[in-house]
Design a binder for this molecule. Structure first.
Ligand SMILES: [Zn+2]
Ligand SMILES: [Zn+2]
Length: 462
């Protein structure tokens, strides 16, 4: 918060409200970092949480304040500093004093009340900074790529399931980086050979590697140092509708279908205004092996409670035994196979009195209606039955009954609870997740096509 006050101290009054709002929002996010450990909630008191979006910006502001107070105002040694450049928390310093003076300067910088500690390395001939080795040759400063001694070839495997353009751009980026980093052309050639071998070892096709290498050879080092005009990219229209989906191995097929049928969307005079000539795809990150085997939240300890002889370990749907709807209860399970051919089991204990349930009503003609309720399941089922009795023409089940069955057969209707929606320890929107699960289940049963549902609300996923 001190950093914030310092940063905004000179802001003119015209920005006052904006600055105050920004301060308030930041203080909310900075002081409310809550995490869970050993079933206890903790609030982080010091520092910025790892991984938050604005962490680098705050770190920069903080270091900026630090420099203002402790470095630029250092009257004793300031004249010895030829250059002080910082990248977030790494500093490159060119010093013209003696090494004793440098040590003294470092000591002074470290004696700050913020707990910032500098560890430094100094040399008259060669120094490593970020991914560069900066060295002196014939009174000039030259650079080349720096690799840590412990570095291994961790380039993404060519066989990885990543999006193709992502993989293809890795060689390009690496070769251009080599071009930018190496001042000496001989060292650049050597670096290219190293890169070639590294990519080869990770299964990249020679064709791609060569194309990337050629591209880097064609441009000059000065060109790579020119900042690309990022403003141009930002000018792209922001109101264009994008196709956003979770990344999966089938994305190529999806893309192909979209491309093939894109012209159909272009035919519509309203939609036309909001779409590009080609579909713009954006991929959400999918589940990885890592996130599957080491989730950030461990399962609750008491997930498999021990059962006594009174209780049952059999999961599924049961009658409650004491309500008027029990006579309509279906058996404990129902086999249903989703569109991928995977059959699902009922994994909870559900009965007529369960709340937040996805249920299915099975008609005497074996057609299925899928629904959800936040109230007790029996209440919802009773409503369905009375809608049939009152011949309510707005409800799909009642309409189906009017068209296909005799009123007397009503007792043949069965219902079953399929899934109970609970919220995890991190909280969440239970009703939304209920409606999303309902939409999924309707898809699984194909209830709009072969069942009794009249429509499926997909808006709940937006
Ligand atoms: Zn019951
Ligand atoms: Zn029927």
């Amino acid at each position: 918060m001190k950093t914030l006050h310092y940063t905004f101290k000179d802001e003119s009054a015209s920005y006052y409200h904006f600055v105050e709002m920004l301060k308030e929002m930041l203080s909310l996010t900075l002081t409310n970092n809550i995490f869970l450990f050993n079933n206890q909630y903790y609030r982080q008191k010091r520092g910025v949480a790892m991984g938050v979006k604005f962490a680098p910006a705050i770190a920069n502001l903080f270091m900026g304040m630090f420099e203002d107070i402790h470095i630029y105002t250092d009257t004793m040694y300031r004249e010895n500093v030829v250059m002080w450049s910082r990248f977030i928390d790494d500093v490159l310093l060119i010093w013209k004093g003696t090494s004793e003076e440098l040590n003294e300067f470092m000591k002074r910088a470290n004696g700050n009340p913020f707990g910032i500690v500098f560890t430094g390395f100094s040399s008259r001939t060669e120094i490593n900074f970020l991914d560069l080795t900066i060295y002196v040759q014939e009174n000039k400063l030259l650079t080349k790529t720096y690799r840590k001694q412990t570095e291994v070839n961790s380039t993404l495997f060519a066989t990885s399931c990543h999006f193709d353009p992502v993989k293809n751009n890795i060689p390009k980026g690496e070769f251009i980086r080599a071009r930018r980093n190496c001042t000496d052309s001989q060292i650049f050639e050597h670096e290219c050979t190293t890169l070639h071998n590294r990519f080869k070892a990770r299964g990249y096709k020679t064709r791609f590697i060569k194309a990337a290498s050629d591209k880097a050879h064609k441009i000059t080092r000065d060109q790579t140092l020119n900042r690309t005009n990022s403003g141009l990219a930002a000018e792209k229209r922001s109101d264009i509708v994008k196709f956003i989906t979770t990344f999966c191995a089938n994305n190529r097929i999806i893309r192909k279908i979209l491309r093939k049928n894109w012209h159909l969307l272009k035919l519509d005079e309203h939609i036309r205004k909001y779409i590009d000539d080609h579909p713009t795809m954006i991929y959400r990150r999918a589940k990885t092996i890592k996130s599957t085997i080491s989730p950030s939240m461990l399962p609750e300890e008491d997930q498999h409670p021990r059962y006594t002889w009174l209780q049952t370990t059999n999961m599924g749907f049961r009658k409650c035994g004491c309500c008027t709807m029990c006579k309509h209860a279906h058996g404990p399970t129902i086999k249903f196979t989703d569109s991928f051919g995977i059959s699902t089991m009922i994994k909870e204990n559900i009965n007529c009195k369960s709340k937040f349930v996805i249920y299915a009503i099975i008609c005497i003609c074996n057609k299925i209606y899928v629904g959800s309720t936040i109230r007790e399941l029996r209440i919802r089922i009773r409503e369905h039955l009375s809608s049939i009795r009152s011949q309510d023409s707005s409800l799909p089940l009642a309409v189906h009954w009017q068209l296909s069955h005799q009123m007397d057969d009503k007792n043949g209707i069965k219902f079953i609870g399929l899934k109970k929606i609970s919220i995890g320890r991190r909280g969440g929107n239970r009703e939304l997740s209920l409606r999303q699960q309902e939409a999924r289940t309707i898809c699984h049963f194909r209830a709009t096509r072969v069942g009794l549902n009249s429509d499926n609300e997909m808006g709940v996923f937006l």
